[in-house]
Structure formats: structure tokens, C-alpha cells
Design a protein around this ligand. Structure first.
Ligand SMILES: [Cu+2]
Length: 293
């Protein structure tokens, strides 16, 4: 290769690299095998922008059946409807000594419990109350809510037991296939000392390595109790409403990597130019990595 050609090739690489830093771009829109990592620099609170983003997270293709669990412990509490809260939205229900759990709950063609986020905003609106508390309740042998948004180092994680049986919330994040415990504690039956507990969500060391954007909560007493958390890197994040819609406001005008994520289905990301009144929809499905048909 002659010198001139080498310089020309280097110039092209430089130009591409430079463009990439001006507006972070999605190299491959669609399914993301690797989740966007937690940025090294902390998000800077400034002023809100004039852009807004709204849309819907749809679900297409075969509906995923609920997983049955045999209720071997405390069936007198966990096997009945109780207050009805665990059953109220159809995501889970007890029947014939079993708990049926929809890990992916997709009624009416929408993906419930999905989170939409903009992953590369360095500065913008203040956090406000986002992620101030993650208030998990043990009710009818369910951890509610199922899906939560937290903010590293800020979120106070509270668990209150509303049931007359012991629950054992165990929170962990994933390192490859390994589970790394955040905390693991017994919460006594309602009315007894120790029927609630609290922690500040601290995963900084893990998040520096980009490992702890997702965490899971399970009960070591009841294997059908599950909840999830998404660790936001900036306040431009929203959980879908019951009708599958989402909205994010105060966005500085620009082009962003915007993703819809569900803990069981995965993430799909698109490059979206956000200005006032921008709309963008996502579709998730079983087998997202192969594309939704
Ligand atoms: Cu439990």
C-alpha cells in the first residue's frame, strides 16, 4: 500500500470515528446481544431539553405460556387468592396447588413491564424523584411490582411483608451465567418484629464493569416469587403503562440510541432523531434475537 492510500484510509477511519462521537449511533439496529453498558462518566444534571419521545411497545407472535410452580411451602397462604393483588393483573395466579407465573406478560398485543431508555445522554434534565425508592411488597406471596427502575447509589430499596408467612428476598445481578448477590435477608411475617427491611441500592463496583444494569429479586422460601430491576444511567427512561405506551420528555434535541428492554425477551435498539413530539414504536417477541415476524 502506498503512503497516499494509507493516509486516505486512515482519514476515512478518523472521519467515521469522529462522526460516531458527535452522535452516538446504533451500528446494528434491532436485537442487541450486548446491552448498552453503564457509561463511565456519571450523568450530569442540567436543564431539560425541548424534545419528547412517545410510542408503544408491542408484542407479536406466539404468546409465551405461564410457568407452573408447585406450591410446596405455605399453600394455605400462597395457594389462595388472598387479597387478590397477586392475581389482579393476570400476570400470575394460583390454581390447584400451583402458581402460574407469566414471566413475559403480553395481553392484547402489548409488552407489559418493558422499559424504554435512551442510553447515551450525558447531560439534561434533573433526575427528580426517579429511582428515589424501590418499594417492594410481599403480598399474596408475590413481590410487587414485578418491574422496577432504580438509580445506582440513590435508590432506597424497601421490602415490606404484608403476608403472615416469612419471605426471604434475595437480590442478585448476573455476571455471565453466575449470580452475584447484592443482599439476602429474611423478612418476618407481618406484625412480627423485622417485617420490613431497607437498603440503599449500591452496585457501583459492579456497574463500573457494566455488569449490573439488570438485577433480579427472588424469594428463597417460595420459588415462584420474582421481580426485576433496571438500573438507569440517566433519567431518560420510562416503564410502559398498562396499555403498552411510554413517554419520555425533556430530551435535548439530538440523535440517540433508544432501546426497549424486557428482562425475559431482551433488548431492541434503534437510532432515533428526537425533537418536539417525536414518536417511535418498538416490537418485542419470543426469540427476539432472530427477529420478530
Ligand atoms: Cu416468599
Amino acid at each position: 500500500m502506498n503512503k497516499l492510500l494509507t493516509l486516505a484510509v486512515a482519514g476515512v477511519f478518523f472521519a467515521v470515528g469522529f462522526a460516531g462521537t458527535a452522535d452516538a449511533q446504533v451500528k446494528k439496529p434491532g436485537y442487541q446481544k450486548k446491552m448498552p453498558k453503564m457509561p463511565k462518566e456519571a450523568y450530569k444534571e442540567g436543564t431539560a431539553g425541548g424534545g419528547s419521545l412517545a410510542g408503544k411497545v408491542a408484542f407479536t407472535g406466539p404468546v409465551i405460556a405461564p410457568k407452573p410452580f408447585t406450591i410446596s411451602k405455605n399453600p394455605e397462604v400462597c395457594g389462595v387468592e388472598g387479597t387478590g393483588k397477586a392475581n389482579s393483573n393476570g400476570q400470575q395466579y394460583s390454581k390447584d396447588g400451583k402458581r402460574y407465573f407469566n414471566f413475559s406478560y403480553t395481553p392484547d398485543g402489548i409488552t407489559r413491564h418493558a422499559v424504554v431508555f435512551i442510553d447515551n445522554v450525558a447531560e439534561g434534565k434533573p433526575w427528580g424523584d426517579l429511582g428515589a425508592t424501590m418499594d417492594i411488597k410481599g403480598i399474596d406471596c408475590a413481590f410487587l411490582p414485578y418491574m422496577n427502575i432504580v438509580r445506582d447509589g440513590t435508590t432506597v430499596f424497601e421490602t415490606v411483608n404484608e403476608d403472615p408467612v416469612l419471605h426471604n428476598p434475595h437480590t442478585f445481578y448476573f455476571k455471565g451465567k453466575a449470580r452475584k448477590t447484592f443482599f439476602n435477608v429474611a423478612v418476618n411475617p407481618k406484625g412480627e418484629p423485622g417485617d420490613k427491611t431497607g437498603f440503599t441500592f449500591e452496585g457501583k463496583l459492579a456497574m463500573k464493569k457494566g455488569k449490573a444494569r439488570i438485577f433480579k429479586l427472588e424469594c428463597d422460601q417460595h420459588d415462584f416469587m420474582h421481580a426485576w430491576g433496571w438500573n438507569a444511567s440517566n433519567p431518560y427512561v420510562a416503564m410502559v403503562a398498562d396499555d403498552g405506551t411510554y413517554s419520555i420528555d425533556g430530551v435535548p434535541d439530538g440523535t440517540y440510541n433508544v432501546c426497549a428492554w424486557h428482562p425475559m425477551l431482551g433488548a431492541t435498539c434503534d437510532e432515533v432523531a428526537v425533537a418536539a413530539g417525536t414518536t417511535h414504536d418498538f416490537t418485542l417477541c419470543k426469540g427476539l434475537k432472530k427477529g420478530c415476524k
